[in-house]
Design a protein around this ligand. Structure first.
Ligand SMILES: [Mn+2]
Length: 359
């Protein structure tokens, strides 16, 4: 409170690791949270920090804004949290420190915004993103961290408090190790993406020595889909057409594909990545018609665009824009209110044009 609002371009550390570690060690009842709809890094960061501080005899509370993916609950310590219900900004405890991990942007914290705004004077942000606008009292940002879990480990490593009576004083156990590993794996695509650095592997090695079971985690996180999803994938792939001389792939899912396979719209996630295994493919488009619910149609047609990086990369935001969509250079989307066949025709023509030299 009373702080200057943070400028999106001025999102840097306001304290060093030692100060952040001391602030954490001094807190007795910290609330630890992250952005709404937590991903693996967000979830792992919160669980690891809460568990680590509990191992030191503190009373941390992990709080998530829903939805939390169901397979996260199966992880070690993965059910030790409170769900935040918007509109009931009353939690059964009053924290002496609010820790926000893996984001510092109000846009990602909207359900808890009012709650956090009342406690900004005791809010600490630990993050690896380069933009944010929450004017917290203290902030530690390491933009080189491949995952927020890397930064969390750096902070935990700096905490050297006397253990509370009856506590071993050891922060790390298998639960902390697995939670941190989940974050590393999530944000690096299991150590494939360019953000992966030597420190990422150093930390991963430490976590394996602490008992993190990477093969079991892979199974828990990546191999728990429903058979309905695979049936829908079969349909998506059998609809695949290569256009623009093999430089683009287009897949189409119809409302009846969802109805007949009993798969859900959210189960199409990552289908759009599959055709990128073909060397010549630069752009992938997935067009899906939401299933009808009752008498009504399922709403606008959803179009997802992806492109491969490289010197001749196609900026897919430019493809999505004319259709009222947006996104990032490598991943974009649009919702188009028109009959499916028309959408397929118009989008395919736009992709052809973008990939035609000299056009
Ligand atoms: Mn992250």
């Amino acid at each position: 409170m009373g702080q200057k609002p943070t400028n999106m371009h001025d999102y840097t550390s306001t304290a060093d690791l030692a100060a952040v570690a001391k602030r954490l060690a001094d807190a007795k009842r910290p609330l630890i949270t992250t952005h709404a709809k937590p991903d693996g890094d967000a979830f792992g960061s919160v669980i690891a920090m809460a568990r680590g501080l509990r191992n030191l005899g503190r009373e941390p509370h992990a709080v998530f804004m829903p939805p939390v993916p169901a397979n996260f609950r199966q992880l070690k310590g993965g059910d030790a949290y409170t769900l935040y219900n918007q509109g009931h900004d009353v939690l059964p405890f009053e924290p002496d420190l609010v820790v926000i991990l893996d984001t510092g942007a109000w846009a990602q914290l909207s359900p808890m915004r009012a709650y956090i705004e009342k406690r900004l004077d005791r809010t600490l942000i630990i993050d690896h993103h380069l933009t944010g606008d929450v004017p917290a009292a203290m902030r530690y940002i390491d933009g080189k961290g491949a995952a927020c879990c890397e930064v969390v480990a750096d902070v935990l490593d700096k905490i050297l408090p006397p253990p509370a009576p009856g506590q071993s004083g050891k922060i790390y156990d298998t639960t902390v190790a697995e939670a941190l590993f989940v974050g590393l794996a999530a944000d690096t695509g299991w150590f494939r993406f360019s953000n992966t650095r030597p420190q990422t592997h150093d930390l991963a090695a430490r976590l394996l020595r602490l008992g993190a079971d990477h093969a079991a985690l892979y199974q828990q996180l990546e191999q728990t889909d429903r058979p309905e999803k695979l049936q829908l994938m079969v349909r998506a792939l059998s609809s695949l057409r290569l256009i623009a001389g093999g430089r683009a792939a287009v897949m189409v899912l119809r409302g009846e594909d969802f109805a007949q396979t009993a798969a859900l719209v959210e189960e199409t996630e990552r289908f759009v990545d599959i055709p990128q295994v073909v060397g010549s493919v630069q752009v992938v488009v997935m067009i899906s018609e939401p299933p009808k619910t009752g008498e009504k149609g399922g709403g606008p047609i959803r179009v997802s665009f992806r492109s491969k990086p490289g010197p001749h990369a196609i900026n897919v935001t430019k493809l999505a824009h004319p259709f009222g969509g947006g996104g990032h250079a490598r991943a974009a989307g649009a919702k188009i209110d028109a009959p499916l066949e028309q959408v397929v025709e118009r989008v395919s023509a736009a992709v052809e044009a973008a990939l035609t030299p000299g056009a």
